[in-house]
Design a binder for this molecule. Structure first.
Ligand SMILES: NC(=O)c1ccc[n+]([C@@H]2O[C@H](COP(=O)([O-])OP(=O)(O)OC[C@H]3O[C@@H](n4cnc5c(N)ncnc54)[C@H](O)[C@@H]3O)[C@@H](O)[C@H]2O)c1
Length: 371
């Protein structure tokens, strides 16, 4: 079995995702992949069949060339002629609010006619997309809704990797249910990124009977994702998503949320795709004694996101094949920062996912929790 995916936004994650599939095909072993098998599918069973962008230097190009175009900076880990997506031509998308005013010379929009929702619905059906992946820049409120509606109307599963609230909005849950389609989201977690590490330490604090008092998570990086996020007006939902991901590990998320800061905190160009996160947690322990934890995490930002994405698209296909529609919170919770409902810990989220998979007869390997 294979999964055919479409990608909106051929930026750095798309480049890493596409190259990594071929990297694993050449390598032959799957070190670094979280779930090596999902419903019989390996990472190498992911086919890219459809791609949309708006940039003049990407639209109209074969996908195996477009992924290396400016401003993408993921290094070439696979030669372009080895990539099986060379027959996919990047199509023109609908610009809407995908391009912030300060990004106009970075994502330079092509002067081409923009598609209607009907056009996208037809293209999704004609190309046989099973799962449409949203990788638009942060702050793409209207553009995300445009593509989500197109996916729903086409009856295609939608994976929302960005901090726009779609899977966690009841309205979209119903829209996808009405169209017999699945939606997963919102805001993809990294494989071992700042959110999951911060959540794990915060869960540990409460699991050991201590009380989290305050915490911050400052993130810096040097790619277009971080450059786009220097405009604070595009960050409202990103901050909610990251802050609530940590607050939700605590006994009273609403009480602690004003004492947690988690969000993008600066653009440092020379860092490129390296993301650095600084975390600080302060807690009250036994006898009122104060406890503090300081952590610095350094990761390749795009590898972190791609690692989770290769699991999510196979899961979306497996669930769609079993007739699961709408926005199942248990399928999104292990993989997204802002799912429709949060679990207190990521272990709990995985345990519930695996038991649901047992119910649906979906194999997933290896399993990391036992129940
Ligand atoms: N670890 C991570 O990298 C991570 C984690 C969580 C969420 N995200 C989010 O995933 C998204 C993608 O990340 P990225 O690093 O690939 O971004 P990027 O900046 O490299 O790429 C964005 C792409 O979208 C294109 N685009 C802009 N407007 C468009 C439109 N209206 N229609 C179609 N294409 C459009 C741009 O031309 C560009 O190619 C971002 O929102 C990011 O915040 C990333």
């Amino acid at each position: 079995m294979v999964v055919n995916i479409g990608i909106i936004g051929i930026g750095n994650i798309a480049s890493m995702l596409i190259q990594s599939i071929e990297y694993y095909r050449e390598k032959g072993d799957f070190t670094g992949v979280m779930h090596q098998i999902v419903d019989g599918m390996k990472v190498t069973d992911i086919n890219i069949v459809y791609a949309i962008d708006i940039a003049e230097n990407k639209v109209g190009k074969p996908l195996n060339e477009a992924i290396y175009e400016y401003p993408n900076i993921v290094p070439k880990i696979v030669e372009p002629d080895k990539l099986r997506c060379r027959n996919v031509i990047v199509r023109m998308g609908k610009i809407l609010d995908g391009v912030a005013p300060h990004m106009i010379n970075v994502f330079k929009p092509a002067k081409q006619p923009e598609p209607t929702i009907d056009d996208i619905v037809k293209e999704l059906n004609d190309t046989g997309v099973d799962v449409l992946v949203n990788l638009l820049p942060v702050g793409s409120h209207n553009a995300t809704r445009f593509y989500a509606q197109a996916a729903a109307r086409a009856g295609v599963a939608f994976v929302n990797c960005i901090p726009e609230f779609i899977a966690s909005d009841k309205k979209y849950d119903l829209l996808f249910k009405d169209n017999n389609a699945l939606v997963l989201g919102d805001d993809i977690k990294g494989q071992l990124g700042a959110t999951i590490l911060h959540r794990t330490i915060a869960s540990l604090i409460s699991m050991r009977g201590c009380r989290l008092l305050k915490s911050y998570q400052l993130n810096i990086g040097g790619n277009t994702d971080f450059l786009n996020m220097i405009d604070p007006t595009r960050l409202t939902s990103k901050k909610i998503s990251k802050t609530m991901a940590v607050a939700s590990t605590q006994p009273d998320p609403d009480a602690i949320k004003n004492y947690i800061y988690a969000g993008p905190s600066g653009y440092v160009e020379f860092l490129g795709n390296t993301k650095v996160a600084y975390m600080y947690l302060e807690a009250e322990s036994y006898g009122g004694a104060k406890l503090t934890i300081d952590v610095k995490l350094t990761v390749d930002d795009k590898s972190m996101a791609s690692a989770v994405l290769v699991d999510v698209v196979r899961i979306a296909k497996a669930l769609s094949d079993r007739g699961v529609v709408g926005s199942p919170y248990w399928a999104s919770a292990p993989f997204f920062k802002h799912p429709p409902k949060q679990f207190r810990s990521d272990w709990e989220a995985l345990r519930v996912l695996y038991s649901k998979f047992d119910e649906y007869g979906i194999d997933i390997k290896p399993k990391y929790v036992f129940y």
